[in-house]
Design a protein around this ligand. Structure first.
Ligand code: DQA
Length: 174
């Protein structure tokens, strides 16, 4: 049972979480396995779904190879009441002002995930157009990064009227 400190009164924990994966992540499990591992995207999403069910969360997963489809999905999240976004924008991380603006536009807190350690790879992967506005980033932890991000999201408080969000510092009382 989680206790919410007094300063978070009136806020609630995030319940509905959207997991977004960008271009080529549909190839997980067969794509450059030395870098991205052998788990498929279906495996990753199934594990997140199971974890979500066990915690009483709702997780929606979406993957697309198309920038516009990803932007449309992010825009739809606001009217769906999504509390938190976990996003691996893949190559679009390094190039897409459109995705950055969509995330800023819906004002839903997000964590950026990268399976590989982008900072140990080519220079062009060191730049993220999403990172400075993210609550945080998880980089280089393999596909486990998605699970850690879900754990983080589940402990994130959101204002009831869609206002500012606050990281819940004090965790479990049990
Ligand atoms: C990636 C890293 C990106 O640079 C790359 O374009 C990807 C995957 C990762 O998860 O490590 O497609 O986002």
């Amino acid at each position: 049972m989680k206790t919410i400190p007094a300063r978070h009164k009136g806020k609630r924990l995030a319940k509905t979480i959207l997991v977004i994966n960008g271009p080529n992540l549909n190839l997980l499990g067969t794509r450059e396995t030395a870098i991205y591992g052998s788990q498929s995207l279906a495996d990753v999403e199934a594990a997140l779904g199971e974890e979500a069910r066990a915690r009483g969360l709702t997780v929606h997963c979406f993957q697309s190879n198309h920038e516009g489809a990803l932007i449309d999905r992010i825009q739809a999240a606001r009217s769906e009441g999504v509390d938190f976004i976990i996003i691996n924008a893949a190559a679009l991380t390094h190039t897409s002002i459109g995705l950055r603006d969509a995330l800023a536009g819906v004002a839903i807190p997000y964590v950026e995930v990268h399976i590989s350690n982008v900072h140990g790879r080519e220079d062009f992967r060191h730049v993220s157009l999403l990172a400075d506005r993210a609550v945080g980033t998880l980089v280089g932890l393999g596909t486990a990064g998605y699970r850690y991000a879900l754990d983080f999201a589940a402990n994130h408080t959101v204002a009831p009227a869609g206002g500012a969000t606050v990281w819940l510092a004090a965790k479990s009382s049990a």
